[in-house]
Ligand binder design. Structure first.
Ligand SMILES: [Zn+2]
Length: 325
């Protein structure tokens, strides 16, 4: 086995656990800064605005925000979530996204060490956080995040092994006329492409079924592109994990919403109607209306579960697999 390939193999199996405080703080701060930029993307991309120029303005008084009022986390805390001039409320989302991005970068460093994996998964997590919050706020998944993300996922598969089904099973069956390290990289690329194809076609198929069943669009092309990106970064196995857990979480969320609406409306109708039976029926009708018309931002669930897959997906699959083979 050539040295390069040995290193490729070693790196994918031994997560580095020694955390250097200096590197950790640098990477944490970098995460906060990227989070700050991500807030600009979340606000501007759905509006079709450039994320580079012009500089950020207060949505209330339209004044440029000074650099010292634009520092991640600190500025929001000092100004208690308001503009310095006009006191317009600034959403706590700005704080959350910065803190989450910082935590994500730190998490990647603690988990993967000072490696290319950390770079790959920081980029992946950055895109996912942007998509999760944009979908939650606007029900949009901008192409400007998903498509470059898809390209980046495919590109990174050449540098960091995806280590999925093709890399596991094909080398025994297939004799590629390349050196070992090139074969390993090509198989990793194949894993990435297969993951993207599976993720996209599964969501596309589910959307088509849903459209026929309920006569409404349940999943848009945004979700299809999001899952192509997730598949390119994670490969087939973790893509299946992501789709399965997201469907579970989404269904639980939908059921809870319907139940909460039913209970609340029943209480409200019970105050007006003397008959509890009638109140329950009216409450149930309201809950059904919500069920029919509520559009769930499914990208939020897909994105969150892809993040979960990144950190615990493989452990879960190993644990689950131990029951079967
Ligand atoms: Zn203002």
């Amino acid at each position: 086995m050539c040295a390069w390939k040995r290193e490729w193999r070693l790196r994918e199996r031994t997560p580095q656990n020694s955390v250097d405080p200096l590197y950790a703080s640098a990477i944490g701060f970098l995460g906060l800064a990227f989070g700050s930029f991500l807030n600009v993307c979340i606000y501007r991309l759905p509006l079709g605005l450039s994320v580079v120029t012009p500089r950020s303005k207060c949505p209330g008084c339209k004044q440029l925000i000074a650099f010292y009022d634009n520092l991640p986390v600190i500025s929001w805390m000092l100004l208690r979530g308001r503009c310095r001039r006009c006191r317009t409320h600034i959403s706590p989302r700005y704080l959350f996204v910065e803190l989450l991005t910082g935590a994500l970068f730190l998490g990647c460093y603690a988990y993967f060490g000072l490696t290319l994996e950390t770079v790959k998964y920081c980029a992946f997590g950055f895109l996912l956080l942007g998509l999760i919050f944009t979908d939650a706020e606007t029900k949009l998944l901008p192409d400007k995040l998903t498509l470059p993300g898809l390209g980046l996922g495919v590109f990174f598969s050449l540098l960091v092994p995806v280590h999925d089904l093709a890399s596991q099973f094909l080398p025994g069956m297939l004799n590629l006329p390349f050196s070992a390290d090139i074969s390993a990289r090509l198989l990793s690329l194949l894993d990435s492409l297969l993951g993207a194809a599976l993720g996209a076609s599964f969501i596309y198929g589910a959307g088509a079924v849903y459209l026929r069943w309920r006569g409404a669009e349940g999943m848009g092309f945004g979700d299809v592109k999001l899952m192509a990106m997730v598949g390119a970064f994670l490969g087939i196995k973790l893509t299946i994990f992501t789709i399965f857990t997201a469907s579970l979480a989404g269904s639980l969320f939908g059921l809870t919403t319907v139940l909460v609406v039913w209970i609340k409306r029943t209480h409200r109708f019970a105050r007006r109607l003397a008959n509890l039976q009638a109140a329950r029926r009216r409450g149930w009708q309201s809950a059904q209306m919500v069920y029919r018309h509520y559009q769930m931002p499914f990208g939020v669930f897909l994105g969150s579960m892809a993040l979960l897959a990144l950190f615990v997906g493989n452990q879960f699959l190993r644990w689950y697999g131990s029951f079967w083979w």
